[in-house]
Design a protein around this ligand. Structure first.
Ligand SMILES: C[S@@+](CC[C@H](N)C(=O)[O-])C[C@H]1O[C@@H](n2cnc3c(N)ncnc32)[C@H](O)[C@@H]1O
Length: 261
């Protein structure tokens, strides 16, 4: 390896996987949102590391989220038989693929080009691309008109931080939702913030596991994403790992607001 080459990433945990030099992968619009003071460091700011993961190793990210399935109660709660759903921060489609049979059109907004490509590929395989429009955009500047959607939804994407939606992002989601429609935040990370904006909370009970394809896959991914849990997971020797073992809350919650008619 020459000195100008980056150190190999394999086996490295997310917190130390990328360096400030990797920030060059961000577009101008992305850098303005994710490293607003121009001096972000993925080794001290884990949210920046996630943004680099989406752009540098989208398949690795996709392997993780494919194992983290949403609670069936959440999927059962989401409206069906509507005209249009807008999903923001669609990623590689964990929720998008569940939405395609619920609306005449689904608009999936996703800023990271490598994730959009993976999502497009999955939709093509599922032969559903005609009903889903995958498009570039950010929470705070959604590329869709006022009042155009019956449901506007984000899953594990909106946070109170301005770069990941914040006040402006929530206001944009409400702008594009028609009167009588619903804005839904699946797997919210800050229920109190949403409650202060008039959102109601639903939670679905039951034990939940991250369902890795194999024990080997579980260990490899946990070494990267949840390294403090590796010993415990090896000791359990099972491919299904309770969310609590990884120190994360399970995807059993949603918050929603019905927009006034
Ligand atoms: C943890 S992933 C979740 C992806 C997908 N919703 C899922 O549940 O699998 C967070 C997603 O939010 C997107 N994201 C981050 N900041 C965003 C922003 N400002 N506007 C829109 N999407 C954003 C990321 O690109 C990523 O796809």
């Amino acid at each position: 390896m020459t000195t100008s080459e980056a150190p190999p990433r394999r086996g490295r945990e997310l917190r130390t996987r990328y360096t400030a030099a990797d920030l060059r992968v961000l577009t101008e619009d992305e850098a303005r949102r994710f490293v607003p003071d121009g001096a972000g460091d993925p080794q001290t700011d884990i949210t920046v590391a996630w943004e680099l993961l989406y752009r540098l190793e989208p398949e690795l990210y996709d392997r993780l989220v494919s194992a983290e399935r949403l609670h069936p109660g959440v999927l059962g709660w989401l409206p069906r038989d509507v005209e249009r759903i807008v999903e923001v921060g669609a990623g590689t489609g964990r929720l998008t693929l569940e939405l395609i049979d619920r609306a005449r059109e689904v608009v999936a907004v996703e800023p990271a080009a490598p994730l959009r490509r993976l999502l497009d590929r999955k939709l093509a395989r599922a032969d559903h691309r005609c009903r889903v429009r995958v498009t570039h955009g950010f929470f705070d500047d959604l590329p869709v008109p006022d009042d155009c959607a019956d449901v506007v939804v984000a899953c594990s994407a909106l946070t109170p931080a301005p770069g990941h939606g914040g006040e402006a992002g929530l206001a944009e989601m409400e702008r594009v939702c028609r009167p009588g429609g619903r804005v839904v935040i699946v797997w919210p990370n800050n229920i109190a913030w949403l409650a202060a904006h008039g959102y109601r909370h639903e939670s679905f009970a039951g034990e939940m596991f991250v369902e890795f394809a194999s024990l080997e896959e579980a260990v490899e991914l946990i070494e990267v994403f949840y390294p403090s849990a590796v010993t415990k997971v090896r000791r359990r020797g099972r491919r299904e790992v309770p969310f609590e073992v990884l120190g994360i809350n399970p995807p059993r919650d949603l918050a929603f607001k019905a927009m006034a008619r």
